[in-house]
Design a protein around this ligand. Structure first.
Ligand SMILES: NC(=O)c1ccc[n+]([C@@H]2O[C@H](COP(=O)([O-])OP(=O)(O)OC[C@H]3O[C@@H](n4cnc5c(N)ncnc54)[C@H](O)[C@@H]3O)[C@@H](O)[C@H]2O)c1
Length: 482
C-alpha cells in the first residue's frame, strides 16, 4: 500500500487565518477541533460545545494539489444530456462526501469526468465514537481514501473539512471551488439518532435545517446558476392511504383545482428536518430563482459500486447497528452472524428501496439534467418497494442457499408507525431521464451476504437490537451504547 500513500496535499485556511505556504504530507493535516474524538459522561454536550468552539475558530481545509479547471461558459439550463457522458466539465461539490451515499457518489462522478470537491465535517465518524458503534467494513480515513483514488485513477478530488453550519467556512469553500452543481448529502441521517434524547433531536434539526439554509444562501450569494441536488427522503411522505405522487398532487376542492406540494407526514425529528429543508428550498426557488432537485430517496442497500470495489482502501461504510443500520443491510449482517432477523412489530411496514449503485446513477442523472432557474423539482428516488416481512423472507431464502441457518424474530416496535398499511409510491421521473435500475436479485443478496460473512468478526452483536424508543425519548441526555 505504501505506493498509494505518496500524494502530497496542501492546506487551505479560511479567511481570518494565515495561509500555509508549504504543502503538507497528508498524515500531518490537522483536524479541526470539532472532530477530535473524546469520550465523556455527556458526549453529546461535548460535541455541541466543540462544534460551537470550532465555529468561532478558523477552519482547516485539506485539498488535493493540481486540480485542473476547465470551466465552461455554456448555458446548462434545461439541456438534457446523456447520463453517461457529460459534454463539458462540471464542478460538483459533494457535501457529506465521506458518508455512505456521498463517498460512492463522489467517486462515481470523478470517474465520469466531473471535477469533484468533497465537503464534510467528518461528524459521522464522531457519532460512531460517541455511540461505541462501527461500520461492518473497515473504512480508511478520508485522506487515505483520496490518496488511493488519486493513485489508482490519476484523478484528484478536492477536500474541504468543515461544518456547513459555519457559513464562513462554506463561503470559503464556495468561493474557492466555484461549484456548478452541489449535491447535498451532509446531514444527520438517522431517525433513531434523532429520537435518542432532546439534545440529539435539537442537534439533528439544527444541523440539517441550518446547514441546508446556509447552502441556499451560499448559492444565492456566490453561485446563482448553481444547481442544488438535495437528498430528501421518501419518509417525508409517511404512509398515506392513497398513492404517493412525485412531490406534487393535483386536488379539486369545492369546485376549484390546484397542483400543490404533496402532504408530508414525517415520523421522527430527523424526517421532520427533511420536510423543513424541502419547504425552505421550495421557497427560495420561488423567491430567488434557485434551481433545485429534491431527491426523495428510499432506503439504500448494498455496499459495492464499480468505483468502491477498485481497492480495499476505497471500501464504503456499512452500518448494521440499531441506530444507523437500515433494513436490508441490517438483515444481511444479522443472517451472516447467526442473529435472528429483527422484524419490528408486525413487519408489514412497506417502503421504497434502491441499490447504492442506483443512488450514484440517479444523482448523476439529476446533475446532467439540471432543473430550470426557479424550478423546485421533486423525484422519488427508489426502484422497488418491499415490506419488512418480504425482505426477511428474501434474506432467509438467500441465506439458506449459502448454508446459513436464518431465523426471524418479531421484536416490539421501537417506532411509532403503521405496521400494516397501503403503500404505492410513484417513481417514474428518473426512469424517464434514463435510470437503468439494479433490481434486488438473488446474486446481489448473495454478494451482500458473502460480504457480511467476510467481515463477521467485526460485528458487535450487542449493537444489533434496537435501543432507541420513540415513546420513551426524554429531555435527559442518554447514553446508548453498553
Ligand atoms: N442511507 C440511506 O438509506 C438514505 C435513505 C434516504 C435518504 N438518505 C439521505 O442521504 C443523505 C446521505 O445519507 P448517508 O446514508 O450517506 O449518511 P451518512 O451519515 O453516511 O453521511 C452523511 C455525511 O454528511 C456529513 N455531515 C453531516 N452533517 C454535516 C455538516 N453539518 N457539515 C458537513 N458535513 C456533514 C457526515 O460527516 C457524513 O459523512 C442524507 O441526507 C440522508 O438523509 C439516505
Amino acid at each position: 500500500m505504501a505506493h498509494l500513500l505518496s500524494t502530497s496535499y496542501s492546506v487551505k485556511f479560511s479567511s481570518g487565518c494565515k495561509p500555509s505556504t508549504k504543502p503538507l504530507i497528508q498524515d500531518s493535516v490537522v483536524f479541526p477541533k470539532s472532530v477530535t474524538f473524546q469520550t465523556s459522561k455527556t458526549p453529546f454536550t461535548r460535541l455541541l460545545l466543540q462544534a460551537q468552539r470550532s465555529r468561532s475558530n478558523c477552519t482547516v481545509c485539506a485539498t488535493t494539489l493540481s486540480a485542473s479547471r476547465e470551466a465552461s461558459n455554456e448555458p446548462s439550463q434545461g439541456v438534457h444530456q446523456s447520463s453517461s457522458e457529460p459534454s463539458k466539465s462540471k464542478r460538483v461539490m459533494v457535501i457529506g462526501g465521506d458518508g455512505y451515499c456521498g463517498w460512492a457518489t463522489a467517486l462515481h462522478l470523478s470517474k465520469k469526468g466531473y471535477e469533484v470537491a468533497i465537503v464534510d465535517s467528518l461528524v459521522r465518524r464522531l457519532f460512531d465514537q460517541q455511540l461505541g458503534i462501527d461500520s461492518l467494513t473497515p473504512i480508511s480515513s478520508i485522506h487515505d481514501r483520496l490518496r488511493c483514488w488519486k493513485a489508482l485513477t490519476g484523478k484528484s478530488i478536492e477536500l474541504y473539512i468543515g461544518d456547513i453550519c459555519d457559513f464562513e467556512f462554506l463561503t470559503d469553500a464556495f468561493k474557492s471551488f466555484e461549484p456548478e452543481a452541489v449535491v447535498h448529502f451532509g446531514e444527520q441521517r438517522s431517525a433513531p439518532y434523532s429520537m435518542i434524547d432532546r439534545s440529539r433531536a435539537v442537534y439533528t434539526q439544527n444541523n440539517n435545517v441550518i446547514g441546508t439554509l446556509n447552502v441556499l444562501f451560499a448559492i444565492k450569494e456566490f453561485g446563482e446558476q448553481c444547481h442544488l441536488v438535495k437528498l430528501g427522503t421518501m419518509g417525508e411522505y409517511g404512509t398515506p392511504n392513497i398513492d404517493i405522487e412525485e412531490g406534487y398532487i393535483t386536488i379539486t376542492h369545492n369546485g376549484r383545482t390546484d397542483t400543490l406540494p404533496y402532504p408530508k407526514q414525517a415520523s421522527s425529528f430527523y424526517h421532520l428536518s427533511k420536510v423543513h429543508d424541502s419547504n425552505n428550498i421550495a421557497f427560495t426557488c420561488k423567491a430567488w430563482g434557485i434551481r433545485a432537485t429534491d431527491l426523495n430517496q428510499g432506503v439504500v442497500y448494498g455496499v459495492i459500486t464499480d468505483e468502491t470495489e477498485m481497492h480495499e482502501e476505497l471500501i464504503n461504510r456499512l452500518d448494521y447497528d440499531g441506530v444507523f443500520g437500515t433494513a436490508l443491510n441490517r438483515f444481511c449482517v444479522q443472517a451472516a452472524v447467526g442473529h435472528p432477523l429483527t422484524v419490528y412489530g408486525k413487519g408489514g411496514q412497506t417502503r421504497g428501496y434502491l441499490d447504492i449503485r442506483d443512488t450514484v446513477q440517479c444523482v448523476e442523472i439529476a446533475i446532467a439534467n439540471p432543473a430550470q432557474a426557479g424550478e423546485f423539482r421533486v423525484f422519488n428516488q427508489f426502484t422497488e418497494q418491499f415490506s419488512v416481512n418480504e425482505l426477511a423472507a428474501l434474506v432467509t431464502k438467500a441465506g439458506e442457499k449459502l448454508g446459513l441457518d436464518v431465523h426471524t424474530t418479531s421484536v416490539p416496535n421501537p417506532r411509532v408507525e403503521a405496521e400494516e398499511h397501503y403503500y404505492n409510491a410513484k417513481h417514474t421521473k428518473l426512469i424517464e431521464l434514463g435510470l437503468k435500475p439494479h433490481l434486488l436479485s438473488d446474486s446481489l443478496l448473495d454478494s451482500l451476504l458473502n460480504f457480511a460473512v467476510k467481515y463477521e468478526d467485526r460485528v458487535d452483536k450487542k449493537q444489533i437490537m434496537p435501543s432507541v424508543s420513540w415513546r420513551k425519548i426524554g429531555a435527559k441526555p442518554k447514553t446508548v451504547a453498553a
